[in-house]
Design a protein around this ligand. Structure first.
Ligand code: MG
Ligand code: MG
Length: 270
């Protein structure tokens, strides 16, 4: 019997559905990458993302989730996550963290990417590089026989100890499957050798949120937007991954997004 708080391990067929959904998420991010430029209205991008997802026989995974009003979380600069797209235009020098989910065939998909619009200070580019690398450091520990804390520790160790950034504590990664957020929580901080044993069929959304300054965050009065307390920039990269006997299987694919970034002269590569 499966209790409310127990982990749901996926079959290989279910993992293939999740992969298909995660690829649609990344194609939606690629569409965002083709549209992002100074002066663009985030509400227009959100509308096009929703149409794109629906044209692919899927539903936006976030719209309506606990009342969230949009298809994308659109989080510029000091906004960490859960920004609501508004008609505040994108500017050159912004970094924009975009998070997207979809639902199709009874399962979700989830991935996030931080885009650089125009040119930014080296310190901000480095924040993006380190955040993305911390995600891969975590994924590398997502192997059968390790524990959840090995993933968390690898992320924290790289971003905080090696690079001196602030890891957000209040928001964490999660299991993903028939629900957008399933057990277990996947913190981006923790101790090696702690937490549940990683087994084949566990599917996790791993998503470090890393601040240039201090780790502390606040929620705005809209009930969603999470922003750094010191108003310094924050970055966010997310993959959904499956744990298999042959190692971590990354279901989402950032290369689809990065190909589109290369084609858009208004964006910089990380
Ligand atoms: Mg996400
Ligand atoms: Mg997520």
């Amino acid at each position: 019997m499966r209790g409310r708080n127990s982990v749901y391990y996926k079959t290989s067929e279910e993992i293939e559905i999740l992969r298909e959904n995660c690829l649609l998420v990344c194609k939606t991010h690629a569409l965002v990458a083709s549209l992002l430029k100074p002066g663009v209205n985030p509400l227009d991008i959100d509308k096009k993302a929703e149409e794109f997802i629906r044209d692919h026989n899927a539903k936006p995974g976030f719209k309506g989730y606990r009342g969230f009003p949009a298809t994308l979380c659109f989080s510029p600069n000091a906004v960490v996550v859960h920004g609501i797209p508004s008609n505040v235009e994108v500017k050159t020098g912004d970094i924009v963290s975009v998070d997207c989910g979809v639902e199709a065939n009874g399962f979700f998909g989830d991935a996030a990417y931080t885009f650089i619009v125009g040119e930014v200070d080296d310190s901000v580019r480095r924040l993006c590089q380190v955040t993305r690398e911390s995600l891969y450091r975590g994924i590398n520990k997502a192997v059968v026989g390790n524990r959840l804390g090995d993933i968390s520790h690898a992320i924290q160790d790289y971003a905080e100890k090696e690079n001196g950034y602030g890891i957000v504590r209040e928001l964490v990664g999660h299991g993903i499957g028939k629900s957008l957020h399933e057990p277990p929580d996947v913190p981006n901080f923790g101790k090696k050798g702690r937490g549940i044993l990683l087994k084949e069929g566990l599917v996790l959304a791993i998503e470090p949120m890393v601040n240039l300054g201090k780790r502390h965050v606040q929620q705005l009065n809209d009930g969603w937007t999470i922003i750094t307390s010191d108003r310094k920039p924050s970055a966010h990269y997310e993959h959904s991954i499956a744990i298999t006997q042959s190692g971590p299987d990354i279901l989402s694919d950032h290369s689809i997004i990065e190909e589109e970034i290369k084609k858009n002269p208004e964006l910089s590569e990380i």
